[in-house]
Each structure stands twice: as structure tokens, then as C-alpha cells.
Design a protein around this ligand. Structure first.
Ligand code: CMC
Length: 436
């Protein structure tokens, strides 16, 4: 069919000016075409065909997903259709985890069963503590976490049976349950403190805080405001559709291996300063600025392109990150308990100046989830090395839901992008003695 015959159909007409040929590409939904449909566009019969060149996948949808919806222009984030603000206000983290993993909010019975399942899988094999003891006292918590999670795969060899829904579910529960335990153990290792083992009568976040901070008492009960604040932060971080680490999880999982190694890979992707390591980078940046009076010169260096304002900007959000709004509110509640973090003044001043500067406004750079979260974590007593870990624990939910969605998606195959080769054409091999 020619372009003119296509008329008002749900299709895209393309003319290849090299050949004068017209093509009609189906528009699937929204403004989406199949990249594979471009392959019919070719000059000669033997050609590979047209490809889309998209470094960093900035304009490529790699999947259809039903988990998380983001409207970056409007600053909207929803899990399974529910607005993040409402979930943060009304739900617990485990309730949200169930929603993300199963697709629906749980009934009362389903939730208590899920909470019990997670609670009774929080212990790790004693050998994980031996693995941790091999690390230096100053090892980064994420490095220890990544190794331990990869190591978990060796304790659960049945996990490779990824075609069995029940086996998949057990690994998901295990991972969700054990992440806080391993995270707390990395912290205790760093501090040279004996490990505190999980307590079943505590909530997910209270248990985590207990394993982290209990010293010299038989019973440690965290302040309920801090326990809830951490729960809210976990809800906000639970999923964020096809970001760098989630894409890593899907890509690794697409080779059909077990989920522990894939999750360790996703954590590695998260660790970098442009992704989940940004909260740590924000704290270091605020500490380096040191005083409100140094903010203008810092902003000037950012505008001069010498550095980035960490915790600002986002690939998808071109408005205020909705998670940052909730975090800002939560920060004030936390500071009423812990006392005001002195770095808050610097952060507020940075935000105020940045939002009034054309450099940031014209590039749609607003605070993201990481801008204020580090201040809360620090006020709660977490060292900066733990910040990416505090991101990884809740994001485990999203990684696992996205992994399973990928496995069940009939259209997915092993991930394998193409390249445009720009290296040398074939050349004659030169023996080592004759090379210049
Ligand atoms: N400070 C200063 N300039 C920035 C910043 C920033 N934080 N972010 C982007 N820009 C500029 C960038 O220099 C570029 O300017 P120009 O057009 O003149 O070259 C323009 O804005 C577009 O930037 P980009 O790097 O092309 O945008 P991106 O979509 O590739 O990057 C980002 C997104 C999040 C990596 C980036 O905004 C950034 O590095 N932010 C700081 C790190 C950070 O806070 N990361 C946490 C992201 S939210 C949590 C998560 O999901 O992981």
C-alpha cells in the first residue's frame, strides 16, 4: 500500500528518498511503532535493513508493562494505577510490595499471610555472616550487599527453576525478607558490632532498625515516627519502571538465569552516582558546600559546567519529582524527633536559588527523590555508605516484579541490542615483530 492509500489509518507513512519507495508502518498504541518494522526499509534486497540508533535508550520502549506509570511532564507516579501520594499516606510498605508483585492491593487475610511469609524468611544462612567477615572493616556496604546477594544463589539452587511460579514466588519472598537482614549485617560489620538477628514480632522496618541499632539492651523499639518515615521512604522507592537498574535486572534475567545473580547485577547498576548512589553524592556535596554562604559560588560552578547539582534532574521527570514532595514533608516529621539536620538549610537554599535560575529552569531540572532523602537518613543515624543500600532494599520489589513480568511476556527474548560498527574494515594481520 502506498502512503496516499494509507489515508487516515493508524499507521505511519515513510518515504525512503534513497529509493523513492513508500512504506507503511503500523502504529501500535499511543505514538509507538515496532522498531523491527523499520527493517523492511532497505536499498538492496540483501541489506540488513533500517535500524533506529538510540544510545542510552532515551527513546526506545523495551517492553509493555502494567506495573508503574510515570508521566514525567505532569510529575505523576502510580503503582498499578494507585497514586504514589495516596499509597505513601495510607499503605504500609509490605502492602505496597504485595500490590506491585501481585497486581492488586491485598485483602486483610492475604496481607497477613504475606507479612507472615516475609517475616519467617528473614534469617540468612550462618555462612553469609562468614562471607561478610571476609571484608575489610571499611568495605562499602553496597559491595558487601552485592556479593552476599549473589552468594545467596548458591544456597538456593532450586531458584534456577524459573518456569515454576511457586519457586519464583518463594525466591521473591526470600529476597524481600533477607535484604534488610544482610543490609543490617553489613552495617554491624563496618562498626565491628555483633550481629542482631531478626525478631518476628516487629514490623519490616522496625525489625530492620532493631538489627541495625540495638546495642546493650535486650529490647530495642524504634521511635514510631522514624519507623513510619522509613516505611514511607521504602514505598517511594519500591519501583520506577524502566530505569537503569531495572533494565539491568530485565536484561540479565532475559538469559533465563536465577534471580539472585540478576538482582546482584541490578544492585550494581543502582550503585552509580547518577542513579541510586545519588543520595550519597548529595550528602557529600552538601557537606562539601558546608555553609549557606557558599551556595552561590557552588551554583556558579554548576552553571559553568564544572560539576552537577546532585539530586537534581531526571531522565523522565521534567517537573517536580512527586517522590521529592512526599520526602520533603516526611523530613520535617523526622526532624521533630531527631533534631534539625544542619545541612537542611544548605539544601533549601540550593533548591531556592536553582529554581530561580534560567540554567535549571530551561533544562527542567528539579529536585529528585535523592535530594532530601539523604538528609532524613543521616538524621536517623545512617552513615552515607548505607544510603544506596536503603534504596536497594525497597527497589528489590520493583526489580522482582519487573523480572517476572519479563519472564511471562511472550514477546520478550534474550536482550541483545544491535550496534553501528564504526571500527576498521578488514585488514592484514601484522606479526608482533613487524609492528611499529
Ligand atoms: N546538574 C547540572 N546540570 C544538569 C544536571 C544536574 N544535576 N542534570 C542534567 N544537567 C544538564 C546537563 O548538563 C545537560 O545540559 P546541556 O544540555 O547544556 O548539555 C542537560 O541538563 C540534560 O542533561 P542530561 O545529562 O542529558 O540528562 P539525562 O536525562 O541524561 O540525565 C540524570 C538524567 C538524572 C542522570 C541527570 O539529571 C543527573 O546527572 N542528575 C544528577 C544525579 C542524580 O541526582 N541522579 C538521581 C536520579 S533520580 C533517582 C534514580 O532514579 O536513580
Amino acid at each position: 500500500m502506498t502512503a496516499s492509500e494509507a489515508g487516515s489509518k493508524n499507521s505511519l507513512s515513510v518515504r525512503d528518498n534513497r529509493t523513492g519507495k513508500d512504506y507503511e508502518l503500523e502504529i501500535l498504541e499511543g505514538d509507538v511503532i515496532r522498531a523491527g518494522d523499520l527493517r523492511q526499509i532497505r536499498v538492496n534486497a540483501g541489506d540488513f535493513g533500517m535500524m533506529a540508533y538510540d544510545p542510552a535508550f532515551t527513546n526506545t520502549a523495551s517492553t509493555r508493562s502494567t506495573i508503574t506509570e510515570i508521566d514525567g511532564e505532569k510529575g505523576i507516579l502510580r503503582y498499578r494505577g494507585y497514586p504514589i501520594e495516596e499509597l505513601a499516606e495510607k499503605s504500609s510498605f509490605l502492602e505496597v510490595a504485595y500490590l506491585i508483585l501481585k497486581g492488586e492491593l491485598p485483602t486483610k487475610d492475604a496481607l497477613s499471610q504475606f507479612v507472615e511469609d516475609v517475616t519467617t524468611h528473614t534469617y540468612v544462612h550462618q555462612n553469609i555472616t562468614k562471607l561478610l567477615s571476609a571484608f575489610r572493616y571499611d568495605a562499602h556496604a553496597m559491595g558487601m550487599m552485592i556479593s552476599s546477594v549473589a552468594g545467596l544463589s548458591t544456597f538456593y539452587p532450586e531458584a534456577k527453576d524459573i518456569g515454576d511460579p511457586r519457586t519464583r514466588w518463594i525466591q521473591m519472598v526470600r529476597l524481600l525478607a533477607k535484604m534488610p537482614t544482610i543490609a543490617a549485617f553489613t552495617y554491624r560489620h563496618h562498626r565491628g558490632l555483633p550481629y542482631v538477628f531478626p525478631e518476628n514480632e516487629l514490623s519490616y522496618t522496625a525489625n530492620f532498625l532493631n538489627m541495625l541499632f540495638r546495642i546493650g539492651v535486650t529490647q530495642f523499639r524504634p521511635n514510631p515516627v522514624l519507623e513510619r518515615a522509613l516505611d514511607i521512604l521504602f514505598i517511594l522507592h519500591a519501583d520506577h519502571e524502566q530505569n537503569c537498574s531495572t533494565t539491568a535486572m530485565r536484561v540479565i534475567g532475559s538469559s533465563r538465569g536465577e534471580p539472585y545473580s540478576a538482582l546482584a547485577g541490578a544492585m550494581s547498576a543502582l550503585w552509580g552516582p547518577l542513579h541510586g548512589g545519588a543520595n550519597e553524592a548529595v550528602l557529600r556535596m552538601l557537606t562539601e558546600i558546608g555553609d549557606v554562604k557558599n551556595v552561590p559560588s557552588f551554583i556558579a560552578s554548576v552553571k559553568a559546567g564544572e560539576r552537577r547539582l546532585m539530586g537534581f534532574g531526571h531522565r523522565v521527570y521534567k517537573a517536580y519529582d512527586p517522590r521529592a514532595n512526599v520526602i520533603k514533608r516526611t523530613a520535617h516529621e523526622v526532624f521533630q524527633v531527631t533534631g534539625r539536620n544542619p545541612l537542611l538549610d544548605i539544601a533549601v537554599e540550593l533548591e531556592k536559588i536553582a529554581l530561580g535560575e534560567d540554567y535549571f529552569v530551561s533544562r527542567n531540572l528539579y529536585p529528585n527523590v535523592d535530594f532530601y532523602s539523604g538528609l532524613i537518613y543521616e538524621a536517623m543515624g545512617f552513615p552515607v555508605e548505607m544510603f544506596p543500600v536503603l534504596f536497594a532494599i525497597p527497589r528489590t520489589v520493583g526489580w522482582l516484579a519487573q523480572w517476572e513480568e519479563m519472564l511471562l511476556d511472550k514477546e520478550q527474548k534474550i536482550a541483545r541490542p544491535r550496534q553501528v560498527y564504526r571500527g576498521s574494515p578488514q585488514r592484514a594481520y601484522v606479526p608482533i615483530g613487524k609492528r611499529g
